[in-house]
Design a protein around this ligand. Structure first.
Ligand SMILES: [Zn+2]
Length: 811
């Protein structure tokens, strides 16, 4: 039976009517070793307006349900009606959830490496109701106390610290202390025969868990993970004026999981983040960012929670902003801003210039609508806008305002107004104009510099009217031989469309937003363009070069620069860049420009140019692993590949890329695939084998890879990788039928929840063998037949492909 999505008015009515005192939840996992059943008895104590009527959310199979001892009617559309409420109520609902293979709320994963079973729950936004009966909305917070009976060999982990464990009938019972008041999406239960690593740091008990077949990988990464966790807890505790209130902080890496989830005191992750090879610096930086993002949610999201999902954007944008702030100030990943500029921020600039542009804050009438919020406007744009806000009021003021906000609202619920109010109080500034312009207006400003007789002028064009209130840095650079010397830099508070810039000397290039303080696209003037595109390696800092590359990429996607110019600029900066967290995305962008944006006639030449840049990096020992991969991905024949193998030495990870490239070039060697899979200790090596097939131009191999992804035989995080490997240039004939196959799959891509909906829609989207008319047609089909989460992801991805198609056609 279909279930209903909660509407905002319903949630408000229910919150006005009742207040939850406690959840006591008894869970039985003993069936899960061989069977599908997850059993729960949810005992909810709550006070209410006497005599009133309401409902409790419940999407499991109900075995018994009573309110104050009286039996309740059957559930309909995921709700059980509760009539004749008393002032003090006790609701007891026993449920069983047998749908534990689709990742909705409760999931049973089997490790292909040793057949062990692992159980996890994940609830955001409203999937707790699939696990047990609850009032599933964020502003009915309550303590949750779990008692979990599990197979004797399993470890059970939940939100709160150390459980008491006792033996019962061949199983073990784990009793956890009640949590602080949490929203219903925040509790978690995970279980299985985990390996556990522990470290005591600064009064916190830090614990890491993973499946057994990844024990050595977890061990390898643990020191670095403990360090990052301790650095993050110390940084946030200080900046937010509130240490993390609980002793234990757990992080659990799980099979079949997508992304990462910020459950209070117990973050759950896809275990794809535990790389089966030595991670590159870029991979570590990403790991650190996500770790700090989820941790920021402990304060912003868990301790203080949005009242309704219309402020979910703020939750996510804040965590995304805070993780970069923390990485920069408190960890070894200080160049996170430069990385962000040439990575996620590029997606946001593009998204804000196409049909997926929307105001950051928008109405969310039902919980189901909340799923379409997880896009590039919410995450990277939202994060950039909050960073601009920090510069707008000043970093210390910002910290003060945040501390006051957490002190006042801890364990409660808030709206955007509460946050803006706290920052107005701290700064003494009226932030309403800022709020209206940045949060309620769509589109990105275009900033530039014009040289006039009275000196340079900052030009600002708003997407829909006046430009945003903002402060932005402008750097002035003068040519001296091969380098561009910075001869001055100022902060400018943008005042309308033309703001005179005081205090900058004459220069050959003015770089607007050179310090990445704002969210705006920028353009050089004609003289500056020659330097910015032609010899950006002359710029003196990693961040300035990154801002220049973001500008070049934005010019490429707006048909103001060619793929050849983009590859030229990127390979030029790769001559001088040594910060690996920036080198890795440069290599990736250069490959994308060569493979996806260049006209076919130029592709081989540009690939060779990227290959030469990668070879220079290998020789210089910079980003060796990423550079070796780029060498493989640009190799033109077997001899090239053999040379890379010789350089790399024994490297199983790289061997997979070599087989993949061989397959792409027409030599699918199934014996070699089988042999490597045998040799690879990774329990998920079969996914690598599937990637090799996905890259091949053989119809049978393509079919196998496509089907495995679409019918969900591949866990979501791995499916993303297979899908990205599928669309290769130069394979138009074999790829052509998959444009139609994609359209046919659209109505099912949201199944299994938001994460697969987002991931599959974007990564399966055809990159080749389609034209502009097809892309527009795909949008129409999605609008008519697909779920909101799919429509959102498709709209964003399709715009990028549309622009690629135009660039390839030289339009
Ligand atoms: Zn988040």
């Amino acid at each position: 039976m279909p279930v209903r999505s909660l509407r905002q008015e319903e949630a408000a009515e229910r919150a006005a009517l009742l207040s939850v005192t406690s959840y006591d939840i008894a869970i039985d996992l003993t069936d899960l070793v061989d069977g599908p059943a997850f059993r729960a008895v949810s005992t909810v104590r709550f006070t209410a307006t006497a005599g009133a009527w309401t409902f409790v959310d419940c999407c499991g199979e109900v075995e018994s349900a009573t309110l104050n001892g009286e039996p309740l009617p059957a559930a309909e559309e995921g709700r059980i009606a509760l009539a004749g409420l008393a002032e003090d109520n006790e609701l007891v609902v026993a449920t069983v959830q047998r749908d534990t293979t689709h990742g909705r709320g409760v999931h049973r994963a089997v490790d292909p490496g040793d057949d062990n079973v692992y159980l996890w729950t994940t609830f955001e936004p409203d999937e707790a109701r699939y696990a047990w009966a609850c009032f599933d909305q964020p502003d009915l917070k309550a303590p949750h106390a779990f008692t979990v009976t599990a197979p004797a060999s399993w470890t059970v982990v939940s939100n709160s610290g150390d459980p008491a464990v006792e033996g019962v009938d061949g199983a073990r019972r784990w009793t956890f202390e009640p949590t602080p008041p949490l929203s219903t999406y925040n509790p978690v239960v995970v279980a299985g025969p985990f390996v556990e690593l522990r470290q005591e740091t600064d009064g916190h008990d830090l614990r890491l868990y993973a499946r057994r077949t990844l024990a050595s990988v977890l061990q390898r990464d643990s020191a670095q993970l403990f360090t990052l966790t301790a650095q993050g807890l110390a940084f946030y505790g200080e900046r937010f004026g509130m240490p993390f209130p609980q002793r234990s902080y757990d992080q659990v890496f799980l099979p079949d999981f997508g992304g990462a989830m910020e459950n209070y005191g117990c973050v759950t992750w896809t275990d794809n983040v535990l790389r089966r090879h030595e991670p590159t610096t870029g991979e570590w930086q990403w790991f650190a960012n996500v770790l700090l993002h989820e941790m920021a949610h402990m304060w912003f999201g868990n301790i203080v929670t949005m009242r309704w999902w219309d402020d979910l954007w703020l939750n996510e944008a804040f965590a995304e902003f805070a993780c970069m702030w923390a990485a920069e100030r408190a960890t070894a990943y200080g160049d996170t801003a430069a990385n962000n500029v040439v990575h996620e921020k590029l997606d946001a600039y593009l998204a804000d210039q196409g049909p997926s542009s929307h105001p950051i804050r928008q109405p969310v009438p039902t919980v189901a609508d909340a799923e379409s919020i997880f896009d590039s406007i919410t995450y990277p744009k939202g994060a950039a806008v909050l960073k601009q806000l920090m510069h707008f009021v000043g970093e210390d003021t910002f910290s003060r305002g945040m501390s006051a906000y957490f002190a006042e609202h801890a364990w409660g619920n808030t709206t955007l107004d509460d946050l803006v109010g706290a920052l107005e109080q701290a700064s003494g500034r009226d932030l309403q104009p800022w709020r209206t312009a940045w949060l309620e207006t769509a589109g990105v400003d275009r900033l530039g510099v014009e040289q006039t007789d009275d000196g340079p002028v900052l030009t600002a064009i708003g997407a829909h009217g006046a430009p945003h209130p903002q402060v932005v840095g402008v750097g002035a650079y003068r040519r001296a031989d091969d380098v561009l010397e910075e001869v001055g830099a100022v902060m400018v508070e943008v005042d309308g469309e033309r703001t005179p810039i005081e205090g900058l000397p004459e220069a050959d290039l003015y770089l607007v937003n050179h310090d990445d303080t704002t969210f705006a696209t920028t353009r050089p003037d004609a003289a500056g363009r020659e330097l910015l595109v032609g010899r950006p390696s002359g710029l003196p800092t990693t961040l300035a070069r990154a801002v220049a590359m973001a500008t070049v990429w934005d010019m490429l996607s707006n048909a103001e620069a060619t793929a050849a110019e983009a590859v030229g600029a990127l390979t030029d900066v790769l001559r001088v860049e040594t910060v690996e967290t920036v080198v890795d995305p440069y290599l990736d962008l250069a490959l994308r420009a060569a493979h996806q944006w260049a006209p076919e006639s130029e592709r081989a030449g540009l690939e060779a140019q990227v290959g030469a840049a990668a070879q220079r990096l290998v020789d210089a020992g910079v980003s060796r692993q990423a550079a070796l991969r780029a060498l493989v991905r640009t190799a033109s024949d077997a001899d090239d590949l053999e040379r890379v193998r010789t350089t790399a030495g024994d490297d199983i990870d790289l061997e997979w890329y070599v087989l993949q490239r061989r397959a792409e070039l027409g030599d699918l060697d199934l014996d070699a695939v089988e042999a490597l899979q045998e040799r690879d200790p990774d329990p998920d090596a079969w996914v690598r084998a599937l990637c090799v097939k996905a890259a091949s131009p053989l119809a049978e191999a393509k079919e196998e890879a496509w089907t495995a992804v679409v019918d969900r035989s591949v866990p979501v995080q791995s499916a993303r990788v297979v899908a990205l490997t599928f669309w290769r240039p130069g394979q138009e004939d074999v790829l052509a039928p998959y444009a139609q196959r994609y359209l046919e799959a659209l109505p099912t891509l949201h199944e299994g929840g938001m994460i697969p909906g987002l991931a599959l829609t974007a990564t399966l989207f055809p990159v080749f063998a389609v034209d502009e008319a097809w892309v527009r047609h795909a949008r129409d089909v999605a609008a008519a037949e697909a779920a909101p989460v799919v429509v959102g992801a498709l709209t964003e991805r399709s715009e990028e492909v549309l622009r690629m198609v135009r660039a390839r056609n030289g339009a």
